[in-house]
Design a protein around this ligand. Structure first.
Ligand code: ADP
Ligand code: ZN
Ligand code: ZN
Length: 746
């Protein structure tokens, strides 16, 4: 490239590597690679020499100096993209996020692109099957087909329309065998036509069904959403209050203006259901992005979003990075869900990035939830978000009625109180469905010896092995280690082994014994491993016959089961006394969400909650249907302890097979931090402390927490520290990571 100052252009390139730095390259040697018309910009993919290999890199910055002498820099080997595949503002957001979450830039950027692009490949091209009439077909007289009326009818159609897409033919219920016969006679032929960018939807063809008549609060919420500028809204609507209907009508507004909506949902399992609902409403293309797709499918969906072929883009966490041609609206459904925060590797929060993204795109953002995060409620209080409330269920459905069962007084048999068993019997006799919630899979959480007290511990983790019955084995839920169930105690050889506690498998057995004539469906990670398993279970439930569902949190999220009138929560106390300060919040959200599965149809619902602490303020606000009161209770504690959202927080994690190495690294990190000149805002440290599970998968784990009231201050500090410790010998002995705004504190 000819440079006016006669200086060389230096490209700072990100490569997939755990290093917190970019690598400098010169312009490609081949003169024709970079001409004036083809200026390399940030976000462009290139091949660069790296060691002895040639790898994919992404240009992040363009400069004309380097820390290295220019003579030592190598030129870019070749250019992959003629122009960046995403707009500059979005690429800058990718870079911003890598910095904010303190993740090595190369790794973060590569994570933000779909796999095909990471490998240096091109985006796939979507073609759509069409049938067209051949010349022979055009000259063929219809009378000759009088003995084959179906074929005759189809050929007549092609005489009029010439080219018809396969989907269109399917919609018109054309007989495919007849189509094939015409093709065999060479009267019509299959062709692939590349997909066209859809045009702006007119008034008449966008909707596939009539929108529902909104009730007053829904109407008010929809009218408050200003689709012309950046505004974050918290749509705080009870489960089943009709948030989705508000999303649909808000989407309709922006799609009518020729814009696109990006909708994030927390669970891959919910995609088919949400997709169906959107498809039922809109005639436009809806692209879907989640981790269960092949690389090609993801590439196609990403491209459909990027080029504007899809008006609606629906996806899980990583879909937040998807480029849109004409952004119009961002929606994050179930915004409180912790799955929006990636817990491994690149620990970004898709929900938080959505706020920044909507701001950059000057579009509205709807964060929807029946159980908003403390952060979002706090942001409403600070007038950063507008709170829109849906406080009731539409039609006849009403909020469920809670019945707490104090299990200190009411004796449990195999985990079930008398009250719960009676209520199940009653619901089934009325032809209703029942949902039992137990957030623990497997048969029993512990196997123990009655004689000597031996306990089934995992040899690699500080955790118990869970007993599983189908198939029979002991499984560690933390390192996945498996072993056969011993018939005798490995310590004293007694055969008095006993399963303690219960998981969903055992609860299912108990229900089968109690209700031998009732269909019992278990939903947890073990029963839904097969790709279609969840779909099959949902189909069974939707038949509406009386049955009992027993399952983990997989049942709690987002599903609409109109015939469930009773929800039983076997053990509500899990989150009350956890070392993770977010545990009570998560517990309250989960319980409220599960309870919300009850009474969503015509009949009203009941929730039976078994707890040892029915009078605990957290539990009592939950059972008076007062999630906001519950969250205020929790916020009081957070405020006192100066925990988020009252201060910002980051965690440095370190793990190693050598316990001392893991601790020493964090000690060093803290020492370095404390030796820096004092900041304007106070910074506090906690740790190094052992993680809740100190040993997992044969590695010792420790954490150092850092708190500061000023976000920028905390950011600057961690950035400097990471660069400083990265190359220390202590860092090389451990696996370490930074977690900014952590969700999981264990
Ligand atoms: P949420 O997303 O808040 O859980 P949904 O949008 O799924 O709630 O709505 C729950 C049920 O109520 C759905 O069956 C939906 O069709 C119905 N519904 C929503 N809004 C209305 C309305 N305005 N009138 C009648 N039914 C409605
Ligand atoms: Zn024993
Ligand atoms: Zn283990």
């Amino acid at each position: 490239m000819i440079n006016p100052n006669n200086k060389q252009t230096v490209y700072r390139v990100a490569v997939p590597s755990p290093l917190r730095r970019l690598f400098d390259y010169l312009s490609p040697v081949a003169q024709n690679e970079v001409s004036d018309s083809k200026i390399l910009r940030a976000g462009t993919r290139v091949f660069v020499p790296f060691g002895h290999r040639k790898i994919v890199g992404i240009i992040v910055m363009i400069d004309n100096t380097s820390d290295l002498p220019l003579s030592r820099l190598k030129p870019i080997a070749s250019i992959i993209d003629n122009e960046p595949l995403i707009p500059q503002y979005l690429f800058r957001l990718y870079v911003w996020a890598a910095n904010y979450y303190q993740h090595p830039i190369g790794d973060a950027l590569f994570h933000s692109f779909p796999a095909l692009l990471r490998k240096g490949e091109d985006l796939p091209i979507q073609t759509i099957k069409h049938w067209r009439i051949t010349e022979q077909g055009q000259n063929f007289s219809l009378e000759q087909l009088s003995r084959a009326p179906r074929q005759q009818e189809i050929l007549a159609l092609f005489h009029l329309e010439e080219v018809i897409s396969q989907n269109d033919l399917r919609r018109r219920k054309i007989s495919f065998p007849a189509l094939k016969q015409l093709a065999e006679k060479d009267l019509i032929a299959l062709t692939n036509v590349s997909e066209k960018v859809s045009t702006v939807h007119g008034k008449n063809d966008l909707l596939a069904e009539q929108p529902l008549d909104l009730y007053l609060e829904q109407k008010a919420a929809l009218n408050s959403i200003d689709v012309t500028s950046f505004n974050p809204y918290l749509l705080f609507g009870e489960t089943g209050s009709g948030k989705t209907e508000v999303y649909l009508q808000a989407i309709e507004k922006v799609v009518r203006c020729g814009k696109q909506a990006l909708v994030l949902i927390p669970e891959i399992n919910l995609t088919p259901q949400t997709f169906d609902r959107f498809k039922q409403r809109f005639n436009c293309r809806i692209a879907v992005l989640h981790s269960g797709l092949t690389d090609r499918e993801k590439g196609l969906a990403w491209d459909a979003a990027r080029t504007g072929k899809a008006s609606v883009v629906l996806g899980t966490r990583s879909a937040i990075f998807t480029p849109l041609k004409s952004p119009g609206l961002l929606i994050v459904d179930e915004e409180h869900d912790s799955s929006y925060k990636q817990q491994e590797g690149y620990r970004y929060s898709a929900r938080d990035l959505a706020v920044i993204r909507a701001q950059k795109e000057s579009i509205p953002l709807i964060l929807g939830s029946a159980t908003p995060s403390l952060e979002s409620l706090y942001n409403c209080e600070k007038n950063r978000y507008t709170k829109l409330v849906l406080s009731r269920r539409p039609g006849k459905a009403s909020a469920p009625c809670w019945i707490p069962v104090d299990i200190r007084k009411s004796k449990l048999t195999n985990g079930y109180s008398r009250e719960l068993i009676e209520a199940i019997t009653q619901a089934l006799s009325e032809g209703d469905q029942v949902l039992i919630f137990l957030n623990r899979r497997g048969f029993a959480p512990t196997l123990t010896c009655h004689e000597c007290g031996w306990i089934s511990n995992c040899s690699s983790c500080e955790a118990r092995l869970t007993v599983h019955r189908t198939p029979n084995r002991l499984v560690c839920h933390h390192c996945e280690r498996m072993s056969p169930i011993p018939s005798k105690c490995p310590f004293c050889h007694s055969s008095q082994l006993e399963c303690i506690g219960q998981g969903t498998e055992r609860s299912e057995d108990i229900l089968k014994a109690l209700f031998p004539n009732t269909l019992i469906l278990r939903v947890d990670r073990d029963t839904t491993r097969r790709k279609l398993a969840m779909k099959e279970v949902l189909a069974q439930i939707n038949k509406g016959n009386p049955c009992i569902l027993i399952g983990t949190q997989m049942l709690a999220k987002g599903h609409h089961f109109p015939n469930v009138t009773l929800v039983g929560i076997l053990d509500a106390d899990g989150g009350l006394f956890s070392p993770d300060f977010r545990a009570p919040e998560r517990m309250g959200q989960l319980i409220t969400q599960v309870a919300g599965r009850s009474g969503r149809g015509e009949k009203s619902g009941i929730v039976i909650l078994q707890s040892l602490y029915c009078d605990h303020p957290f539990i009592s606000s939950l059972i008076s249907n007062d999630y906001e009161g519950f969250s205020e209770e929790i916020r009081k504690e957070r405020k006192l302890a100066r925990l988020p959202p009252y201060r910002y927080m980051a965690i440095i994690r370190s793990e190693a097979t050598n316990n001392a190495a893991a601790v020493d690294f964090l000690k060093y990190y803290r020492q370095c931090a404390e030796s820096l000149p004092p900041k304007n805002t106070e910074v506090n440290y906690l740790g190094p402390l052992p993680a809740t599970m100190e040993r997992r998968n044969d590695r010792f784990r420790h954490i150092l927490s850092i708190y500061c009231a000023d976000r920028g201050e905390l950011q600057g500090l961690i950035k400097r520290l990471c660069l400083k410790v990265e190359n220390s010998s202590l860092a090389r002995r451990v696996r370490w990571s930074v977690d900014v705004d952590p969700q999981d504190i264990s």
